[in-house]
Unconditional design. Sequence first.
Lengths: 230, 561
Amino acid sequence: MEIISVRKGFTADHSSTSYKFLAIDEPLDQKNINKVSSLSSRARPDDRAVKFTYKGDFNDLPGGWWPLLEKHYDIMYSESYDWWLFAVAFSDPDPDKQQEISRYAFNGLEDLGVNIDIVEERIIVSFSCVLDYGEAYEILDTNTNYGYKDNKKDLEDYLYDDSLLQLLADIRSQLLDEDYRAFDVFWHEYGEPLYSQDEIKELEIPYTNELDYDSLPNNLQYLSRILRCI
Amino acid sequence: MLKYQYYLNNNVVLRKEHFGGIVFNKNIGNTLDVDRETFILLQLLEQNSQLFKNEISYLMKQLNYSFEISDLTRVLKKLISYKIVLYSKVIYRDRCKDKLSYDIDNTWPKNNFLSAPETVHWAATYRCNLNCPDCYARRHKDSFEEMTFNEAKSMVDKLTKAKVFQLAIGGGEALIRNDIVDIIKYAANCGLAVHITTNMDNFDRQKVQNMSSHLTALQFGIDADRLLSDTNYLKKLHLSYLIAREMQLNIGINIILTKKVLNNFDYIIRSLVEVGFRRIVLLRYKPHDNHKRWLKENIKPGEMKNFEPDMKEIISQYNNVKFRFDCALSFLQRNVSPKRAKKEGIRGCVAGERILAIGPDGSIYPCSQIIAEDAKIGNILNTDFNELINNSKRLRKYRNFRNKLVFRSSICGICKAKDHCGGCRVFSHNRKEEDIGCPEPIITDIKTCGKYGRKADLKHYFKNHSYIKVETYMERYGVGQKRAVKELKNSEWLVKSYGSDTGRKKSDYYVERDNNIVYEVQDLIGFTSGGAPFAKAEEIKEWINGDKSYPDWLKRINNIF
C-alpha cells in the first residue's frame, strides 16, 4: 500500500519534517558532535542541541531519531505534516522502576499515544500527538535559534528560548521523580475514548478514565490544553 | 467509544491507471499517483461515503487485498495531510458489514501509459492586444481559425469524458474572446479545474468577476521590460492584484527568464512579493520569431550555470512564496536524487503523456511550445479523443522519447537526471536529441555508459575541446586501444589528423570533420607560451557557424538562417 508520488498543488505549501534535540544531563564532546554532524550536511550541532529540517516529503533523518536519544540527547520533538512526536530519555538501572513505567504505554486513537522502550539502562518515552495550534501558538512561536556553533549558550538559555523544549524537560524531570501524570494527560486525549473501565481492569492498564485537571501542575495543564485529536 | 470515520474529500477526482490511479484535489491542486491497493481504498471511500478503519480493512479483504493495519494507518495519515481524505470523530457503532458496498471493478488497464493527460493547455486564441517582444506565440497569430462556442463545449465534453483534470487556458490573450466566461463556466461545471493566464492590459473587472467563482487559478503573464521601465506598470499590477484578491481568486505570476530578468532578478522578485504575489512561475525563454532579440535576451548555458546559485539563494529568502519552474527549466532540478524526484512527482518533460496542448482550432499537439505541422496529433473536434490517446504514433513518439536510440545517444540520454528532466524537446534541434541549453548535464558513469553513451559524451567533449587523442579516449571511457580506434573511426563527424598538419608534436588524434577550419583559425590566432589557445574552439565555431542556441526545427519554421 503506497503513495507513489505527490505533486503539490497551486497553493503555497512548505511542509517539512523537523527534529529538535537537546542534551540535558551531559553536553556532547567534540567526537559526538562530529558524529551528529555527519548525519546531515546542513545540521550544525553544538554541544547541547541540534536541529534537522527536511524539506519535501520523502527525506528523513538517516537512521531515525531513536539512536540520537539512546546515545546523545535527552529530549526531542519532531513535527511532520502536523503530526508531532515528543520524546524524553533518561537512564535508570532499577528493573522495578523500568517495569512500572513500561505499563503506561498505550496505543490510542489513530496510533496516537505513548510508547516506552527500554534498552539496558536507557528508558525512552515517546508521545505521538496532534497539537491544537490555537492553544499551542505561544510555545510554537518562540525563538528556536539554537544549535549553531557560533551561538553557544547555557542549558537554561536553550530552555528559555524554546518553550516546547522546556515543557519536555519538565515532563522528563517529573518522570524521573516517578510522577507519571503526564501519561494521564495523553491517555485522557487518545486512550480514554477507546477503552471502557472493564477493559482497563482486564488489561491491567494503570489508568482511570478520569483526569483531575485542577490538580495537575501548570506544565501538564498546559499540555492538556494543547493536545487534540486529529 | 469514539472512533474516526474517513471519507473522500468532495473536491477529489479519481482516475484509474495501470499502476493504480491518479488522485487529484481540484481545489488545491495536489496530484498523487497511488498504487492499486491505495486506489481501491479510495474507491471504497468514494462508494461508501464514510468508513471506519476496521470496515476498510474488511472490505479490502473481500476484494482480496491484504496489508498490515499499520500500512493502512500510514497511508491514511498521508492522504489526510494532502487533503485527499477527510475524517470525523463519531461514536462507533458496529455496522452490519453486509450493507457496505464493494462493487468495484478489480481489473486494471493494460496499457503502460496514462489513459489521458492530467492537464490540457488550450490556446483559446492567438490574438492579443499586446505585442510583447519575447512572446513565443506571436508567430501563430494569423495561422489558426478559432473554434466556436459550441465547438469549445464539445472539446470540454471530450476532455471531461476522458477524465482530464485541468484545463489551462492561455493564448494569445484568452480574455479577448467574448465567450471565454461562458466557456470557463461550462468547463468548471463539467468538473474541470480551470486556470487562465492573462496579461493585465485586458483585465476587465466585470469579466473576471463573472468567471471568478469558476476559476481555480489565475496567472498574470508579465512583461519584464515594462516592469523595469514603466513605473505605472507596477501600480497597475498592484491594482489588478487587489481586484483579483477581492474576488478571492488564487493568483500567480508568470515571468520569462530573459537575460534582462536575470540581471534584475532580485529586484523583480522583491517587487512582485511586495505587491502580494505568493505564487511565481519562472518560465524558460522560448525561441520566438525575432532572432536578433532572441540572441540578445537568451541566457546561455554558462550564464545560467553561474546564475543558478544566486537565483536559488534569492528564492530561498521567500519562505512564504511558492516558486515553480516550467518543465522547460527542469534542468534546474537535475541534482535532485532520482528517488526523491519520483516521490515528489518531478518528471521533467511530460509532453504527450501528462500534458497535451490544443490550438485555437482544436488541433492537438504534445505541448504548447511544439506547435508544428509535423507534430500535430489530430484535431479534437473531429477525432475520438480516447482513440487518439491510445493509438497515435506521434503521441507515442513523444511519450517514449527517452527510450529512443537517438535520445539515448545524446548527452541528455546519459545524464543522471534523464528520467526527471530529459531536457526540453523544444530546445532539441530535431526535438529528439539533447536540450542544447542545459547548463550542466550530470554525467557520472562515463566508463559504464555503453557505446551510445560514449558517442553522446564525445560530442559533449568537443564542446570544450578541439581534438581528442586515442589515448585520451581510452582513458576517458575505460576502453582498449582497438575499441577506441574503431569507435573514433566510426564517428563520421570526426576525421583523423596528424601532428604535422598543425605543426605540433602530436599524432593519432581526431578533430571534427567540419571544423578543420576551426583548428586552422585557432593556429593562425596562436597559442600562449603554455600551449593554451588565445581563442577557444567553441568561440571560433560560433564565429564561423553562427548561433547554435536557436533550435534547428524552429529555424526552419520561422525562416531563420
